[in-house]
Structure formats: structure tokens, C-alpha cells
Design a protein around this ligand. Structure first.
Ligand SMILES: Cc1cc2nc3c(=O)[nH]c(=O)nc-3n(C[C@H](O)[C@H](O)[C@H](O)COP(=O)(O)O)c2cc1C
Length: 490
């Protein structure tokens, strides 16, 4: 059993121990693999990192460390270092003071009229790191923007003189009833936006009858999120396949035992996309840290991207292939859906090998740059259980996707922004906004229920053209990519 005094002596990059929830861990070998970079861990070397750890990670995240690095319960007391105290220079920067002021001045929720409004507020009041992580896309963010803009190449063919007094927006997805034809898709690291992270999304989905897809890389443990659901609330699970199949099998079986209604295996992330806004924000938050200064002295280069890419590929199985899907079918009775299909040939193959469905998705433009806009791929595929996500911001986007044959749509960032700015109430408001928009637009195109929607309602002749229209609201919240900064004068 290590003592507090012993832990204190392992306080550097070559030999780094930390305490989390009363237990000591040797994280020396993990430093280079930490997706958030090693600097943040080194701030807590030889110290109790519990408070900082809890801000972002689920409690059971430490279980992923190799067994020999679990050093056991710590003897003696040490106070956990508050994240702000770890590096006093991080405290109350001008930027932070301005952010706090903006938080107190943010618009009342009643003034939020559409999903872009949440994004605009989020951009002002989220921490730099949180905003950069949520908003970023791969490379030049062409795919990120196309995901949304492709919807604007589709126009409606409305019907008239239909009795639209009653509009029913409810539907069933994978056998789960849903009050509205969309679900909250899986997005990692909810605590970057709100201390209650994914739990906020669970609560809002519970009160509003919406399905939530729980991410593998949530900020809370799977059980903490599942426990937050109310009786009868339906949840799905997004799986990143671990190269250690025993770990994967345990996770899948546990999800099934907990009543998860669908297993969404992410197939578009055998490597991590380069998200430069995210990378830049990490570089700039490093600028004041003591570790950076030491490293500069030693002329060492910090390359976080390398660390992150290595980390994700060391955990996600890059060998995952079609043969493995059979294995999943042998260990679970949950319907299996492939999340991240990007061409019709793969949709056909998924159907042939007995998958229950697919999500046409490019990970919200965060993975392969120049992946096609999901709504265009949707137009290529017929007769399969299809979900689609990416760039959906308006009810009209949802209706276009449904008209083209999908069974429901996933929405990611807008709910993260609603959560980060107004908490549970914000997410519920985002659902309400979409409900109101859907109800009105269904009436205007002459449809009274989700099943009414079909290809006859859309004109897709304009799709596939790449002239980006002037979408004022979208452009006003879109944050252009930055460039390298010069060093400040000494
Ligand atoms: C911040 C963030 C984190 C994400 N994390 C994951 C993840 O852990 N696993 C996954 O399969 N997809 C992840 N995605 C992709 C989403 O599931 C979804 O495909 C995407 O957000 C849809 O695009 P939208 O944000 O434009 O709605 C993430 C997306 C964002 C924005």
C-alpha cells in the first residue's frame, strides 16, 4: 500500500504517480497516450488529481490502465488539488473574466428561437477547450459545412388541400417509440460543456420521450448514465470496438443486461481525424503552463496530435472488419447497427450479413475530410433500416431526410450547445423548437404523420452541386479555422 509521502516523490515526467479517489496510479507510460496531452497530467504529478479528473472523466475510466499500474489504496491523507490551483497562471485570465461576464449576460432562454441561437451563445460562453472540441471538424472543415449545406440543395414539393388539423409527429425507431423523429446521437466528453454532461441529455430525453445514444467515451460511466434514465426510457449504445475483445465483450453484454435497445458500432474511426481548432486550442492553453516552459528549455517539441492519434488507435481496434460483425452477432441479441456508412455498397453488405440497420454518417465531419454529405448518400440507398446524422439543424432538414427514406435522424452538436448554455431546460427547449418547426412544416407540405413522408415530397435535382449558398444564420455562427500565431514579444 503506497503512502502519501511515497506518492509525492513520483512527481515528474520520468516517474509519475497520481492519486484518484484514494487510489494511486503509475501513469508514466500513459503520459504520451493521454488524449488531452501529458501536460495536464503532469500538473498533478505526485499529487491528488481527483478533482481535475472528475471534471472530464467517468470514475471507471482508470480501469483502462494496465493492471500493473494500479498501485492500490493510499495510506494517509492528501487534499485533492482543485483544477484552478494546479496552475495559478490559469486563473482569472482576462479571457476568463470576460467569459464569466458573458455568462451573466446571456439571452433568456425564451429569446432562443432556433438551434443556431444556442450555438451562438455557446461560442461566447463555453471554455475555449470545450468549444474547440465540440465545434471542430477534420482538416479544412469542408465536409463539416457540406453536411449542413447539402440540405439546402433539396426543395419541397408540397401537397395542398389536405386536412392537416391533427399532425402526429411520433414514430418508432428500432422498435422504440419516440415522440419525435430524431434521437440524441452519441457525442463524447459531455463534461466539457456542463458539469452534469451526458446526464443532462438523459434527463431531457426522459422528460421529452426522445431516445439517447450513450457514447463509449462519455464523461460519466455507462452505469451512471443508464441509472439516470426513468422507467421505460429507451437508450441505445454507441460502441468503439476495443482491440481487447474481452473488454468489448464485457461492455456489450453489460449494455444488453441493462436493457439497451440497440448496439451502434462506430465504423468510421479507425484513426482520429485531424481537428485543427481542437489542436490549436490545446496548444494555446499550454502556453502558460510550467511544463511548457521546462520543455522549451530542453528544446523538446510538444505534439499533442500525435499523442491523441496514438491514444485513440491504441484503444480502438484498427483491424475491425466485416468478419468481426459475425462475432458481435454471436455475443448479443441487441440489434446491431453500423454507424458511419458512407456509400451504398456498404449499406447493401450490411443488410446481407444481417445487420439491423445503418447510420449514414461521417461523424459530423470530424473524420474523413471530403466524405460525402450524408443526405446525398441517403438518396442512393433504398429499403433498409436507415438513420442519418450530420448537419441537421432545422425541422425541414429532418423532413427531407425522412422523405428520402430514412427512419429517423441523429442530431449531435446542437444538443451539446443547448446543454452547455442552458442545461436540461436548454435541451428540452431545443426539442420543443424542433417540434414546433416540424408541426408547422408538416402542415405546410400537406403531411399529417411521419409515415406520410416519401420521395414525392422532395425535389433532389439540385443535389451534388458544390456552390455553397449564402446561408446567413449558418455562416454567422460558423467559426472560421484559425492560423498559427506568432510568439509574443519578450
Ligand atoms: C463533440 C462530438 C463528439 C463526438 N463523439 C463521438 C463518439 O464518441 N462516437 C461516435 O460514434 N460519434 C461521435 N460523434 C459524432 C456524432 O455521433 C454524430 O455523428 C455527429 O455529431 C452528427 O453531426 P452533427 O453534430 O452535425 O449533428 C461526435 C460528434 C461531436 C460533435
Amino acid at each position: 500500500m503506497p503512502t502519501v509521502e511515497e506518492v509525492k516523490t513520483h512527481d515528474n515526467e520520468e516517474d509519475c504517480w497520481i492519486i484518484i479517489h484514494g487510489k494511486a496510479y503509475n501513469v508514466t507510460d500513459f503520459l504520451d497516450e493521454h488524449p488531452g496531452g501529458k501536460d495536464i497530467i503532469l500538473k498533478y504529478a505526485g499529487r491528488d488529481a481527483t478533482k481535475a479528473f472528475d471534471v472530464v472523466h467517468p470514475r471507471d475510466m482508470v480501469d483502462h490502465l494496465a493492471e500493473e499500474n494500479h498501485l492500490g489504496d493510499v495510506e494517509g491523507d492528501m487534499e485533492a488539488v482543485a483544477p484552478d490551483d494546479a496552475d495559478e497562471e490559469d486563473e482569472q485570465t482576462e479571457e476568463e473574466i470576460k467569459r464569466q461576464e458573458l455568462i451573466s449576460l446571456k439571452p433568456d432562454l425564451s429569446k432562443i428561437l432556433n438551434l443556431f441561437d444556442f450555438e451562438l451563445v455557446a461560442r461566447q460562453i463555453m471554455t475555449n477547450n470545450g468549444w474547440a472540441y465540440y465545434s471542430s471538424g477534420a482538416d479544412d472543415e469542408i465536409t463539416l459545412r457540406e453536411n449542413h449545406l447539402a440540405y439546402q440543395q433539396i426543395f419541397f414539393r408540397p401537397r395542398i388541400l389536405i386536412n392537416v388539423s391533427n399532425v402526429d409527429l411520433s414514430t418508432t425507431m428500432l422498435g422504440c417509440p419516440s415522440k419525435l423523429p430524431f434521437y440524441v446521437t452519441a457525442t463524447a466528453l459531455g463534461k466539457l460543456g456542463h458539469a452534469d454532461g451526458e446526464k443532462i441529455l438523459t434527463r431531457a430525453c426522459g422528460t421529452s420521450g426522445i431516445i439517447q445514444m450513450i457514447p463509449t467515451l462519455a464523461s460519466f460511466s455507462f452505469d451512471e448514465i443508464a441509472d439516470e434514465a426513468i422507467d421505460g426510457q429507451n437508450q441505445w449504445f454507441q460502441l468503439y470496438v476495443n482491440s481487447d475483445r474481452k473488454v468489448t465483450e464485457r461492455i456489450v453484454r453489460h449494455a444488453e443486461e441493462r436493457g439497451i435497445k440497440g448496439l451502434f458500432i462506430t465504423v468510421d474511426a479507425p484513426a482520429l481525424g485531424r481537428r485543427e481548432k481542437d489542436m490549436r486550442s490545446k496548444f494555446s492553453s499550454d502556453q502558460d503552463s510550467n511544463v511548457q516552459k521546462i520543455n522549451e528549455k530542453e528544446s523538446k517539441q510538444i505534439d499533442r496530435n500525435q499523442g491523441a492519434a496514438r491514444a485513440i488507435s491504441s484503444f480502438i481496434d484498427t483491424s475491425l472488419n466485416w468478419e468481426d460483425i459475425k462475432w458481435f452477432q454471436s455475443i448479443t441479441k441487441m440489434p446491431i447497427i453500423l454507424k458511419g456508412v458512407q456509400r451504398w455498397e456498404d449499406a447493401v453488405r450490411a443488410a446481407e450479413i444481417g445487420c439491423s440497420g445503418i447510420v449514414i454518417s461521417n461523424h459530423g465531419g470530424r473524420q474523413l475530410e471530403f466524405a460525402p454529405a450524408p443526405v446525398e448518400v441517403l438518396a442512393e440507398i433504398e429499403k433498409f433500416l436507415i438513420f442519418v446524422d450530420g448537419g441537421i439543424r432545422r425541422a425541414t432538414d429532418i423532413m427531407k431526410a425522412l422523405s428520402l427514406g430514412c427512419n429517423g435522424v441523429g442530431i449531435g452538436r446542437p444538443f451539446l450547445y443547448a446543454m452547455s448554455t442552458y442545461g436540461q431546460e436548454g435541451v428540452e427547449k431545443a426539442f420543443d423548437i424542433l417540434r414546433d418547426e416540424l408541426e408547422m412544416n408538416m402542415r405546410l407540405i400537406g403531411a399529417t404523420k411521419i409515415d406520410d413522408l416519401n420521395e414525392s415530397f422532395v425535389n433532389i435535382k439540385g443535389t451534388g452541386k458544390r456552390t455553397i449558398p449564402n446561408d446567413y444564420l449558418f455562416n454567422s455562427v460558423y467559426e472560421p479555422l484559425g492560423s498559427s500565431n506568432f510568439k509574443p514579444k519578450l
